[in-house]
Design a protein around this ligand. Sequence first.
Ligand SMILES: Cc1cc2nc3c(=O)[nH]c(=O)nc-3n(C[C@H](O)[C@H](O)[C@H](O)COP(=O)(O)OP(=O)(O)OC[C@H]3O[C@@H](n4cnc5c(N)ncnc54)[C@H](O)[C@@H]3O)c2cc1C
Length: 557
Amino acid sequence: MAPDPTPQGEQVLNQSPAFTDVNLFTTDTPLREAVAREGAADAAENLAAFGRIAGSAAAADLGRQANENPPRLRALDAQGRRLDRVEYHPAYHRLMGFSTAQGLHCSTWEHLAKGSYPQQGAHVARCAGSYMAAQMEAGHCCPITMTHAAVATLRHEPVLLRSVLPKMVARSYDPRFIPWQKKQAITIGMGMTERQGGTDVRTNLTTATALNGNGGKAYAISGHKWFMSAPMSDAFLVLAQAKGGLSCFFMPRFAPDGSVNRIRIERLKDKLGNRSNGSAEATFDRAVGYLVSEEGRGIPTIIDMVTLTRLDCAVSSAGLMRQALARALHHAQHRTVFQKKLIDQPLMLQVLADMALDVEAATALTFKLAAAFDGHDDPDATAYRRLMTPVTKYWVCKIAPALIFEAMECLGGNAYVEEGGFPLLYREAPVNAIWEGSGNVMCLDMLRAIERSPEVLERVLASIEALSGGEQRLKSAVEGVRIMLAEAMQDQTRARSVVELLALTAAGALLQAHAPPAVSDAFLATRLYGAFRHSYGVGLGGGDIHGIAARATPALG
Ligand SMILES: Cc1cc2nc3c(=O)[nH]c(=O)nc-3n(C[C@H](O)[C@H](O)[C@H](O)COP(=O)(O)OP(=O)(O)OC[C@H]3O[C@@H](n4cnc5c(N)ncnc54)[C@H](O)[C@@H]3O)c2cc1C
């Protein structure tokens, strides 16, 4: 055998191959099954094509570049005139191009523009795309999510919607800084949070004064927003106090005379993660905005947008967890420690299998919720959406940072180094729990939903029982939910426990109905009244850890 000519110090031994050029759809069994089961089987081919792009080495490199070169504010020109522009790295624009071409900002609304019926499984198919886009690069998903969700609020203003919709459903991306009327494709942002309150938007100080007296839709809006992401969006849906109370407005980047609307971008936040996505602090100085719905109905109007963004938070967190788990499994298959592959070390295999349970549960729960959005006016789907949006967002987003950290540990030191891309996943994870309603807010929202309509709980529990097939642990868990809810209605401090139990019960029922017994048995044994204590690899010893890990392992061709 010819001697290896590589100098000794440069030999790369026992390192796992790069986890790139992986089709994020075809290699993910729980995802493929969830998509098919929840009504979007027909989208499989299209999703496989997007999975190839989203998992490509080229896309990963764009993600790296977009985060290493975050957006920069150009507040003033050389002579001191206001510019209020934000410049993005070309890699960010390329990522926006991928996701808009896939229709992630619009695909569930295309029927509105065509005047046809909604496509079956449209939300499920879109969420599958978003699940993969988050794995490709999560920061650019913020404007994609907001644009998609904005349509739900704009439906309250049909005349306005008719004019903007064709540009919102265009499957292209047009980053030019010109009035939206002149563009082929537009994106929409959201401005609710102010310094004194993000959750309690009733404290908003921003004011809106009707420009044409009573009855006109145009207003002059003055005040500030403390977080306003994607500041180069073509318009924002903002909240401001009008005479009749807190109201929702469509605020374009350009005023009707073609001048730049008086939205001053004061600063871009220097953020923990989500760095490719600019998040601005902005001041409105008599900026023009158009009333959406009626004065005083700001919260009920914008909540339709918020609800859809909550779904996307769960989708994104589930996707980030999948990517972290897949990388951990891939590494363990290739890395030898003490003469054995890591995956063959029982203690490591148990950790991997344990994480796989949560990722599959989160995926099942998230896609069940997406399917409820496809259920439109069906009473069961409506109840599921109302109750399980906050529950799913709470649980899936809450477990993501810990799971991704555990997956990071599986890779050892390499996972801690920027080049490998793992830090990006880790830094992205916490924000999904914070924005669009933080953990406690989700718990209170669940209680409010039940207080207003106890029927939503009955419908959701009936759907869980139908999936459970009489399984005893699930039966007791449903009873536990009822008991704990009764307590939580009297004592808010119980709310987190009941949200967690409801999420675990709903996820457990889905696994019981649809996953192999190795997965469902281990999940029910450990998550419902089991030994699981938010530390992976504890108490799964009796389970089929080989079977669980094998199912989650990316099926590379
Ligand atoms: C990267 C990033 C981008 C963002 N982009 C946007 C954007 O584009 N547009 C926008 O409008 N906002 C945006 N936000 C703001 C975000 O939505 C808010 O930060 C979030 O809603 C929380 O509001 P807050 O920061 O004011 O915290 P607070 O409202 O002060 O909440 C702090 C904590 O108190 C808890 N809490 C609140 N009420 C209760 C209660 N009654 N009981 C118990 N606990 C409670 C919350 O759960 C939270 O954990 C962004 C935030 C981040 C981090």
